[in-house]
Design a protein around this ligand. Structure first.
Ligand code: ADP
Length: 261
C-alpha cells in the first residue's frame, strides 16, 4: 500500500531527441481504486435483493392465476428486500448530499434537549421493548450546527447500539461535559467489536459480520455518514469496545460548536 505508482511517458523533445517524463500518480490511483470498489459494492448490495424480488415476480408472471397462498407467503419477503434497497438508496443519497455540501456547516442553534428526547423515542421504537433505554443529560452546553445532520449521525449510532445488542441489554445515551469538551455518547451492552476492526469501521461498506449486519437491516453506510457529519462539525469520534461486553461511541465537541445553555 505504500508503493508509489509512476506514470512514465516518452515524448518528442526535438527532431532527434525524446524526453522521458515521470509523474507520481499514486494519489490518483488510490482515488480510482476506492471509487471502483465503491461501485462494485453498491452493485453487489443491489443485486441480491433484486434477484430475490425478480425471481418471485417471474414465478407469479408464469402462473395463469397467481396462487393466493403463495402470494401471502412470498409478499413479506419481497417487501423486506424492497425495504433493504430503499434503505441503501436513502443512505447513498445522504452520503452524496454530505459529500457535495460546502465544507462548513451553517452554525444554527441545535435544540439538544428535543434532539435527545427524539432519539430516545426512536430507540424505543426500534427496540420494541427488548432493551432498556437510558438517557443521562448533565452538560452545561448546547450545540451550534445542523440539527438535521446531527440527528442523522446520532440516530445511526443509536440504531447500531440497538441492532447489535441482544434482547435484555441496555443502551445508554449521554450528553455530558468533559473538561473543555461536551460529549454525546451511546453505550451498549451488546456483541462488541474485536479490536482489529475498530480503525476501519467508518469506511463505506465495512462490516465486522456481513450476514449479521444485513439481517438486522444494516446498509454498511451508517458510520460513513457519521464520520462525514462529525468532520463537518469539527467534532471527534471515539470508539471503545470489548467483544461480548459492549461498545461505546462518543462524539465530542469543543469551541465554537458549543453554546451556553
Ligand atoms: P451497518 O449498517 O452494517 O450497521 P455501520 O456503518 O453502521 O453499518 O457499521 C459498520 C459495522 O460496525 C457494522 O456492520 C458492525 O459490524 C459494526 N458496529 C457498528 N456499531 C456497532 C455496535 N454498537 N456494536 C457492535 N458492532 C457495531
Amino acid at each position: 500500500p505504500n508503493e508509489k505508482v509512476l506514470s512514465i511517458q516518452l515524448v518528442p523533445f526535438d527532431s532527434t531527441r525524446k524526453l522521458l517524463l515521470s509523474r507520481d500518480i499514486t494519489q490518483l490511483e488510490r482515488v480510482q481504486t476506492v471509487h471502483r470498489d465503491f461501485v462494485a459494492n453498491v452493485s453487489h448490495e443491489l443485486r441480491t435483493p433484486l434477484t430475490v424480488v425478480g425471481g418471485f415476480l417471474e414465478t407469479f408472471a408464469d402462473m395463469p392465476e397467481p396462487d393466493p397462498a403463495m402470494l401471502k407467503q412470498f409478499m413479506p419477503m419481497m417487501l423486506e428486500q424492497t425495504r433493504r434497497m430503499q434503505s441503501l438508496v436513502e443512505d447513498l443519497l445522504t452520503l452524496s448530499r454530505l459529500e457535495n455540501s460546502p465544507k462548513n456547516v451553517p452554525l444554527d442553534p441545535v435544540d439538544i434537549d428535543a434532539l435527545l428526547d427524539t432519539l430516545v423515542v426512536e430507540a424505543e421504537g426500534l427496540s420494541q421493548g427488548r432493551h432498556t433505554i437510558v438517557l443521562e443529560k448533565n452538560s452545561r452546553h448546547g450545540l451550534w450546527g445542523s440539527e438535521k445532520e446531527l440527528h442523522s449521525a446520532f440516530g445511526n449510532l443509536v440504531s447500531n447500539a440497538v441492532r447489535y445488542t441482544p434482547e435484555g441489554g441496555t443502551v445508554t445515551l449521554q450528553w455530558r461535559d468533559d473538561g473543555e469538551r461536551s460529549v454525546f455518547s451511546v453505550r451498549d451492552t451488546g456483541i462488541g467489536i474485536p479490536r482489529e476492526h475498530i480503525p476501519r469501521l467508518t469506511e463505506r461498506f465495512y462490516r465486522v459480520d456481513r450476514g449479521r449486519s444485513r439481517n438486522n437491516g444494516g446498509t454498511g453506510l451508517g458510520l460513513a455518514i457519521v464520520k462525514h457529519v462529525i468532520a463537518r462539525h469539527h467534532a471527534r469520534l471515539e470508539i471503545s469496545s470489548e467483544p461480548d461486553k459492549g461498545s461505546c461511541f462518543s462524539v465530542s465537541f469543543a469551541g465554537e460548536q458549543l453554546s451556553e445553555r
